[in-house]
Design a protein around this ligand. Structure first.
Ligand code: FAD
Ligand code: NAD
Length: 466
């Protein structure tokens, strides 16, 4: 039986990054993945394929709706070839998962294909292509998550689908009904809306993106409504029924009335659940809490002291970069280092267009905590670069402590915000004040100037260009 310093179960962004960092630190490392491709949800059926489809559908929308404004005329009809679009997405996925194979080889990490389950705290059984047993001094559980469902919905995966199926549809839906106005619902909803589907979003809470700063929800809602999305907030879904090629959803609105929606596809995107099926965690003494998460302490150590857990399978945001940080954190802890993660500074991004991004506290959270704060906000439309590019929706909003001026949260919506948020994270990591940001030179003309202007507005209401 082969013996390792560390075995990692699951090869998503948490698991494969943990394996690389363990190997870099001189530990003999194995990674076990039940599927034939590495990369987990993120690379196979999450971040990467959804961004590929968002990019393709964005190009289509530009060509059909905005090229003309730029004086570009395309004779003849512009058409979508969905099969080709999905094939391109798959090629991007294949190339990216292949990159993880390369990284495993480069770092001398042994890859086992098969379902990993604990025999005891130091032995793991592998069932599948590379069946067998290995021994590991330490194990990192990185088994990720799967889509959640509502108890009364039967997911037939043809017409009543999750994100996994929505990434490989064979036709553009006529009417895509989406349950859940969170990140997946809005990103994939935008893909199919751009391609011509009618899209209805049915959200239980009183706004889309209910965990983000309310100003972002409001602005994105405005843009989506302009794009003729039907936004049904404060609707509680009661039933989903498939009749032939039709799906019928019944939901209760705020007034207590039952509203019926009919369409040809229903995407259920109401969150994801931690995944530990088949892991046999109890054999190793690893506790799973009543939310299905592997229970960990501040060192990400489970109730079995030689076993750690990271990523979607534990508490916290279900984000690829959070999983990656935790993978590095555990590897460095095992090597005797003292790593640190500031969970308040893990940014959140929604890759719609305009992009939505945030880091730190929302205004609602600060109000609730009774913190005195001030806000500086600057509209993208006041930027020369936004007008030159034609992407004028959105704003940057900086929230700072009222007395110390320390930045407490940055919330933005607009073109390229997914990348702009990195400046906000850096500023907050160094505990910048709003004035610090306002005194740094920002290249002109860029979207990043909105950060400087919002910081000026927060400092003492002295934005220059409004
Ligand atoms: P996962 O990526 O879920 O990987 C876990 C792996 O473990 C899987 O490959 C699974 O097969 C394997 N596994 C499970 N049990 C076993 C076992 N017993 N034995 C062997 N292998 C096992 N996040 C972002 O930050 N940005 C985005 O843009 C983004 N977009 C997303 C879009 C969609 C449609 C979805 C669904 C998710 C998206 N996410 C995004 C979330 C992101 O994918 C997850 O947060 C991330 O993948 C979590 O990483 P992980 O390593 O914890 O788990
Ligand atoms: P989510 O938590 O973002 O959104 C789920 C939405 O469904 C919420 O708005 C919630 O209020 C709503 N909801 C819950 N129950 C409902 C009900 N009964 N009826 C109507 N609405 C209901 O979850 P998601 O969009 O499914 O995404 C899952 C996870 O994947 C998220 O945690 C997210 O972080 C991650 N993800 C991230 C990205 C990204 O970073 N860009 C993209 C996709 C997914």
């Amino acid at each position: 039986m082969k013996s390792y310093d560390v075995a990692v179960i699951g090869s998503g962004p948490g698991g494969y990054v943990a394996a690389i960092r363990c190997a870099q630190l001189g530990m003999s490392t194995a990674i076990i993945e039940k599927y034939s491709t590495l990369g987990g949800t993120c690379l196979n059926v999450g971040c990467i394929p959804s961004k590929a489809l968002l990019a393709s559908s964005h190009h289509y929308e530009e060509a059909t709706k905005h090229f003309e404004d730029h004086g570009i005329e395309i004779p003849g009809e512009i058409k979508v070839n969905l099969e080709k679009m999905i094939a391109r997405k798959q090629a991007v996925v294949d190339q990216t998962t292949g990159g993880v194979d390369f990284l495993m080889k480069k770092n001398n990490i042994d890859v086992y294909e098969g379902l990993g389950s604990f025999i005891d705290a130091t032995h793991i059984k592998i069932e599948g292509k590379d069946a067998g047993e290995i021994e590991a001094k330490h194990t990192i559980i990185a088994t990720g998550s799967k889509p959640s469902n509502l108890p009364f919905i039967e997911l037939d995966k043809e017409r009543v689908i999750t994100s996994t199926e929505a990434l490989k549809l064979k036709e553009i839906p006529k009417h895509l009904m989406i349950i859940g106005g969170g990140v997946i619902g809005l990103e994939l909803g935008q893909v199919y809306r751009r391609l011509g589907a009618e899209v209805t979003v049915i959200e239980y809470m009183d706004r889309i993106l209910p965990t983000m700063d309310a100003s972002l929800s409001k602005e994105l809602n405005k843009v989506f409504k302009k794009a003729k999305f039907k936004m049904m907030v404060s609707h509680k879904v009661q039933s989903v029924e498939r009749k032939g090629e039709e799906v019928i959803i019944k939901a209760e609105n705020k007034k207590g009335e039952v509203v019926e929606f009919k369409g040809d596809y229903c995407l259920v995107s109401v969150g994801r659940r931690p995944y530990t099926d088949g892991l046999n965690a109890e054999a190793a003494g690893v506790k799973i809490n009543d939310r299905g998460q592997v229970e960990v302490n501040d060192h990400l150590q489970t109730s079995a002291s030689n076993i750690y857990a990271i990523g979607d399978v534990i508490k916290g945001a279900m984000l690829a970069h959070k999983a990656e940080e935790e993978g590095v954190f555990v590897a460095e802890t095992l090597a005797g280092q003292k790593p640190h993660i500031d969970y308040n500074l893990i940014p959140g991004v929604v890759y719609t267009w305009p992009e939505v991004a945030a880091v730190g506290k929302t205004e609602e959270e600060l109000k609730e905590a009774g913190v005195a704060y001030k806000v500086g906000q600057f509209p993208m439309r006041a930027l020369g670069r936004a007008r030159a590019g034609g992407d004028i929706d959105g704003f940057v909003k900086i929230i700072a402590d009222k007395s110390t001026d320390e930045v407490l949260g940055i919330h933005m919506i607009g073109a390229r915000c997914a990348d702009l948020i990195a400046e906000a994270v850096v500023a907050m990591e160094y505990r910048a004040s709003a004035e610090d940001i306002s005194r740094m030179s920002h290249a002109h003309p860029t979207y990043a100037e909105a950060m400087k202007e919002a910081a000026l507005a927060a400092t003492d209401d002295r934005a220059l260009h409004v």
